[in-house]
Design a protein around this ligand. Structure first.
Ligand code: CMP
Length: 143
């Protein structure tokens, strides 16, 4: 618990449907602060590196092809209990199980194209944040 940082990605389906502002607003409205953000179009190998933990899964090819199919918005969000809080705002991974009012419950169309990604633990948040951002890019939110 306490103040944490977590990695948040708006996936290609979210960017394609012009949902960036709406999704980032939901995080801000729920007390998560954007401490750095950028839009990037991942190469296939960048997507494979990011999701290396899933490399043996049957959906790895589909996942990495989708994640490199168009631009994404990657952000580091900071706040109280940010890893879990962010996951609650996103809702369940499979939109069929996601509650209305969560991002996936409201916007996601399938398990593969589920609009957002978030770190699943503090340990992975540190790894995932450093995959996309250097220390000098992360603003000090108290300054
Ligand atoms: P994410 O939170 O980005 O973490 C890994 C992603 O793999 C997950 O969201 C889903 O979008 C995707 N995923 C998980 N299971 C499947 C599956 N059975 N088929 C396709 N994609 C999946």
């Amino acid at each position: 618990m306490g103040i944490e940082k977590t990695l948040s990605i708006i996936k290609p389906d979210g960017v394609r449907r012009n949902l960036v502002g709406k999704i980032l607003s939901r995080f801000e409205e729920k007390n998560l602060r954007i401490v750095c953000t950028k839009m990037i179009h991942l190469s296939k190998s960048q997507a494979e590196g990011f999701y290396a933990i899933h490399s043996e899964r049957p959906f790895f090819e589909e996942l990495t092809t989708f994640m490199s199919s168009g631009p994404v918005v990657v952000s580091i969000l900071e706040g109280e209990n940010a890893v879990l809080h962010h996951r609650e705002i996103m809702g369940a991974t499979n939109p069929d199980d996601a509650e209305p009012g969560t991002i996936r419950g409201d916007f996601a169309e399938s398990l593969g194209e589920n609009t957002v990604h978030g770190s699943d633990s503090l340990e992975n948040a540190i790894i995932e944040c450093s995959y996309f951002f250097s220390e000098t890019e992360i603003v000090n939110s108290t300054s």
